[in-house]
Design a protein around this ligand. Sequence first.
Ligand SMILES: *Cc1c(COP(=O)(O)O)cnc(C)c1O
Length: 334
Amino acid sequence: MIDLRSDTVTRPSQAMLASMAAAEVGDDVWGDDPTVLRLQAAVAERAGKEAGLFFPSGTQSNLAALMAHCGRGDEYIVGQSAHTYRNEGGGAAVLGSIQPQPITNATDGSLPLDEIAAAIKPIDDHFARTRLLALENTIGGKVLPAGYVAEAVALANSRGLVTHLDGARVCNAAVASGQSIAALCAPFDSVSICFSKGLGAPVGSVLVGSADLIESARRWRKMLGGGMRQSGVLAAACLYALEHNVDRLAEDHENAEYLARGLADIDEVEVQSHATNMVFARFPQEHCAALEASLKEQGILTQMLYASRFVTHMDLTREDIDTFVSAVKSYFAE
Ligand SMILES: *Cc1c(COP(=O)(O)O)cnc(C)c1O
């Protein structure tokens, strides 16, 4: 199967599986799984933070971070299209009693500074207490401009807010922009990093921040059901990914560009944007369902919506992209 739906679909490689099989383990709820401890320390160091905490998913990592920063009746400012707001079941509100204050993302993924400023509530009994600004990098495949991040965090801090970065794909942002992971994480009080996306691990995210924040997040993680036992088996996959699969993301980015060029060649397709490992394109609405079905018959998995997203990853080769582009071409030729 050629799977373009997401970078979450990668399967662990033989070498990654070997490192998982060889992992030294303990009971991480007791804090004595050596591989988990090693992963947490390694990610914290790469991100330039004091401490790290291993989670089964990015959703739980983001939620535990929000709950560690914000109390009941607090509010966080977040993008309308941010994963934490849109794609995590409303967990901050439902489980955290934290009110989201969404702001429409600009086309580059940023939240306009004047709108952030206007959304911060005065201290008054009528209002929720605005406590945190959450950004996402990459967002829709795009790297947030570095100058923008510095300004947004400075604004938040000057108004007494803390900041969280959903850095699910911060490694893609680092590779694409040439900045270090630590530089991209530096402005934020906490960052959540996914290993189950382009980095190719089957499971796992790490939250990084100050030792105090991580201690508080550990308590929430247990309450949310994320305390795992011999999770060194999973942490070993993430360690392997951190050591072997970061620099190679450049290949996924080149492949996305290659895929965008291939699709742009087809008259019926309008490529809207491509950045890091994602390509967004539009197809004539009336063809979407039939095209998706036709591709599936040929072993190509897509999510062919009016505005579709195609994601490159380590289990996808140039030849796979050629196969996909020719299949779309022949569909429209018929
Ligand atoms: C995938 C993702 C997450 C976390 O998702 P999980 O599937 O829960 O690991 C968070 N933020 C962004 C931007 C993501 O793409």
